[in-house]
Write a protein that binds this ligand. Structure first.
Ligand SMILES: *[C@@H]1O[C@H](CO)[C@@H](O)[C@H](O)[C@H]1NC(C)=O
Ligand SMILES: *[C@@H]1O[C@H](CO)[C@@H](O)[C@H](O)[C@H]1NC(C)=O
Ligand SMILES: *[C@@H]1O[C@H](CO)[C@@H](O)[C@H](O)[C@H]1NC(C)=O
Length: 290
């Protein structure tokens, strides 16, 4: 730096000399005086340069110190930063661990919950199946009820069932043969069939049935009303041996009969007598449809 200034100074001095030579047509000073002055200026210049150099050194030292301080501060900051970084890393690692733990716990919970949900689903599916079965059962029952209601409606429109039929000629029947009453007084509901002697219930319900049979002198009669080949009333009747003409007896029973069930009157062992004042008869009526 000093050398630079020195060289620059010398050039400067040279320039001044040249200018002095150019403009001093008539020299004001002697050569000695001129050299003396030049030397003086040179020394002053040298001193100036030295001062400049010193100032520069101080400046540089100050700058260096500032840089050193700045570096120191920066190092400190850097250390802080590094510390912070490691703390943050530690924090991150901790949090990561915690997150991992939570994750594992969450996964476990999720698994358990999933299993529980699956179990619930299985239960619900089972319940659904049984509900479906129930619904099917209920649907079946509803169908049954519907048809029952429809049947009841039909029955209601057919509730008037009453028949009253008779025979006016002797008959000989076996124990298993219904007596045929071939004359029809009434047959509302068309339950009685005059060619078979059988009443077939058009609707289910409680019925009242009555029989009236006659036998001749000394006759020994066994009588019964049968529903589906099972008697619902039966008995014996004997006419006195000294009686002049036929004797009659009446019998009856109330009975619940299902739709389509057969009911008939039977009389056997001896001939049934009929004619004139004595008629064989069979009657019945629906008391209540059920
Ligand atoms: C830089 O600064 C540090 C701390 O202040 C000091 O120990 C060190 O000597 C200095 N270095 C220079 C070259 O000034
Ligand atoms: C009454 O009953 C008969 C025989 O059971 C049936 O054919 C007829 O349709 C019924 N009448 C009504 C109005 O439902
Ligand atoms: C009566 O019964 C006979 C013999 O089962 C049958 O042929 C006939 O159709 C029946 N009559 C009526 C009105 O149902």
């Amino acid at each position: 730096m000093a050398l630079f200034w020195l060289i620059k100074g010398i050039f400067f001095v040279g320039l001044i000399c040249k200018l002095s030579l150019a403009f001093s047509v008539e020299p004001k000073y002697t050569k000695f005086q001129f050299e003396e002055q030049l030397l003086e200026k040179l020394i002053r210049f040298e001193m100036y340069i030295e001062k400049l150099e010193k100032d520069n050194k101080i400046l540089i030292a100050n700058s260096m110190a500032t840089i050193n301080t700045t570096k120191y501060e920066m190092d400190k900051e850097l250390n802080n930063f590094v510390e912070s970084k490691s703390e943050i890393q530690k924090l991150l690692a901790d949090n990561l661990n915690k997150a991992n733990e939570m994750n594992t716990a969450f996964a476990d919970n999720l698994k358990n919950t999933k299993q529980e949900i699956q179990k619930e689903l299985d239960t619900i599916t089972g319940e659904q199946t049984s509900i479906k079965d129930d619904i099917n059962g209920l649907t079946g029952q509803i169908d049954q009820i519907s048809s029952y209601v429809a049947e009841r409606k039909t029955n209601k429109d057919n509730t008037t069932i009453v028949f009253n039929v008779y025979a006016d000629s002797p008959q000989t029947r076996s124990k298993s043969e219904p007596i045929i009453f071939d004359h029809i007084r009434q047959n509302k509901g068309d339950g009685y069939n005059a060619s078979t002697g059988i009443f077939t219930a058009p609707v289910a319900g409680i019925y009242q049935f009555n029989g009236h049979l006659c036998t001749n002198k000394a006759g020994d009669l066994e009588y019964a009303i049968y529903a589906s080949n099972v008697y619902i009333v039966k008995g014996e009747f004997r006419a006195a041996s000294d009686s002049d003409d036929e004797k009659c007896t009446s019998f009856g029973a109330s009975h619940y009969v299902q739709t389509g069930e057969d009911v008939s009157v039977r009389g056997y062992r001896v001939g049934l007598d009929a004619g004139g004042d004595d008629l064989l008869s069979f009657s019945g009526a629906l008391i209540k449809a059920l």
